[in-house]
Design a protein. Structure first.
Length: 116
């Protein structure tokens, strides 16, 4: 069974940092691109960052220079290091597996709240 499980969310003050993890199981993790998507209350989904099977990365304009994505294929885990967090980063963060037609498996999400 394919599973993606996010962790690492929480409450942080503006300017702080969090590291999200996405633990994968049930498929050959190293062969797949994985994406992070966030959804804030009342807003649509936003692609935050992605990493492909070769280690190439993508960042949305709103997080460039602040977030860093990485993966550890030995641990079947992807990470999203989030620095210099802003209130507008508040959202539920999801990781998803990328396939040719979109995203086929999603995690349950982890809440990130940036507030003083």
């Amino acid at each position: 069974e394919v599973q993606l499980v996010e962790s690492g969310g929480g409450l942080v003050q503006p300017g702080g940092s969090l590291r999200l993890s996405c633990a994968a199981s049930g498929f050959p993790f190293s062969y797949y691109d994985i994406i992070w998507v966030r959804q804030a209350p009342g807003k649509g989904r936003e692609c935050v960052s992605a990493i492909n099977s070769g280690g190439g990365t993508y960042y949305g304009d709103s997080v460039k220079g602040r977030f860093n994505i990485s993966r550890d294929n030995a641990k079947n885990t992807e990470y999203l290091q989030m620095n210099s967090l802003k209130p507008e980063d508040t959202a539920v963060y999801y990781c998803a597996r990328v396939v040719a037609y979109g995203y086929d498996y999603w995690g349950q999400g982890t809440q990130v709240t940036v507030s003083s």
